[in-house]
Design a protein around this ligand. Structure first.
Ligand code: ATP
Length: 390
């Protein structure tokens, strides 16, 4: 039996049509059990229920789940499963059908197929009947890998990298990004009723970006070393270089601070080009940092925020949309504009300013003074790391 989780509110609402028109013919109605999320956060409940039921009834067989929704749906199901305190050896295997808006995980799994054009078409569709067969074919790639395995026993699963995010009052599992500074502020400000009323589609994110482009976040960031030490990407050698084997403390202010497990957050928006979901070492997280006060052209003036936004942010953002070339930008011939680290995780102590405490995990915004991020590792007797069909 394969569990199917549908989010009817994801994207423009095409999840139901994916199920009836494509999943039932592909896998057979008798092989599928459907669960529909009924509200924000309901995916956590469903994930928790699925793992508890499966571990008690089928403790030695894998739990296959097809997720029909966007990144928020995947995030909620993973949190329901992994924070459930379920014990045992049940192997969770996810297949993803990108029925949301950005579908960053799917974009990272299938970068050649999940193009901007495909992403836009899927995000705007109310039903798969509105989509070309070639687009539907892309959407079903992960599920077809699962179907092939069920039929002939082929193996098409890969590890799904995860972060454990400790906010003190709340524990979270993230599969894409943990962000602070600009990215967290954009997600925070874009999600107000006023912004939704004023802007259509993704325009509210652009409006929120404009509101926060000159604001810097005060914080102290302490990067932790993996066994191989903290690495930093060097534009000069186009490779990672060892920075040090001990903790590395970076003082703010920060304009941008994202910890990433995938290279991209949309099909063509690639803040961490070296962090493909399939290439990141098992003990590492990539941390992308912009600290504007490192810019030799700034002279400590009150309008430095505006100056940096006007002179530097354009090329950096353009690089993120141009395959990730921003990591090669330098102030002079050597000093990188973007600091790109590979580490085991970090502690962040936020300052006291407006928005300094904002934290975004896979699109969900929280508030915390101290954030601790590590690569998620399976605990003894607890569930093994989830796999994803590819
Ligand atoms: N029945 C429902 N009604 C309203 N909201 C729901 C319902 N079911 C789930 N949700 C919420 O829908 C939100 C959006 O889902 P999801 O993130 O999967 O899609 P998306 O935002 O369109 O895509 P993406 O995150 O890939 O850009 C989630 O935060 C989830 O909590």
């Amino acid at each position: 039996m394969v569990e199917v989780v549908l989010n009817p509110a994801a994207g423009s609402g095409l999840a139901e049509s994916v199920y009836t028109t494509h999943l039932v013919p592909l896998l057979g109605a008798d092989e599928l059990r459907v669960h529909r999320t009924t509200s924000a956060g309901d995916g956590v409940r469903i994930g928790r229920t699925l793992i508890h039921t499966h571990t008690s009834l089928h403790p030695t067989t894998p739990l296959d789940i097809i997720l029909v929704g966007g990144d928020g749906t995947t995030h909620e199901i993973l949190n329901g499963i992994l924070l459930s305190s379920a014990l045992g050896s049940v192997q969770v295997r996810l297949a993803v059908v990108p029925a949301g808006t950005a579908n960053a995980l799917f974009a990272a799994l299938y970068p050649e197929h999940w193009t901007q054009d495909v992403q836009h078409r899927v995000a705007a569709a109310h039903s798969t009947a509105e989509l070309d067969a070639s687009v539907v074919d892309v959407m079903l790639r992960s599920v077809k890998s699962l179907a092939a395995s069920l039929r002939s026993g082929t193996q098409g699963c890969v590890d799904l990298p995860l972060m454990h995010v400790d906010l003190g009052s709340q524990q979270i599992v993230a599969h894409l990004v943990t962000s602070h500074a600009l990215h967290a502020a954009i997600l925070h400000d874009a999600d107000t009723p006023a912004m939704r009323a004023r802007h259509t589609g993704i325009d509210r994110f652009k409006a929120a970006a404009a509101l926060n482009a000159t604001r810097w976040t005060q914080a102290t960031l302490t990067l932790h070393p993996p066994p191989s030490g903290i690495q930093q990407y060097s534009p000069k050698t186009s490779s990672f270089e060892l920075v040090q084997n001990a903790e590395l403390v970076l003082e703010g202010p920060f304009l941008y601070l994202n910890a990433m497990l995938t290279d991209r957050l949309e099909s063509a928006f690639i803040p961490a080009p070296l962090s493909s979901a399939l290439r990141l070492p098992k003990d590492a997280v990539d941390v992308v940092v912009i600290r504007p006060t490192r810019d030799p052209a700034l002279t400590g003036q009150p309008n430095d925020g505006e100056t940096f936004a006007q002179t530097r942010l354009g090329p950096i953002t353009a690089g993120m949309y141009a395959g990730g070339t921003h990591i090669d930008l330098t102030y002079d011939s050597t000093l990188p504009m973007v600091e790109y680290f590979r580490c085991a995780g970090y502690d962040l102590h936020a300052g006291g300013g407006d928005k300094d405490r904002l934290v975004c995990t896979d699109g969900f915004v929280s508030d915390a003074e101290h954030v601790k991020v590590t690569r998620w590792q399976p605990q003894e007797d607890a569930l093994p790391a989830p796999l994803i069909w590819r």
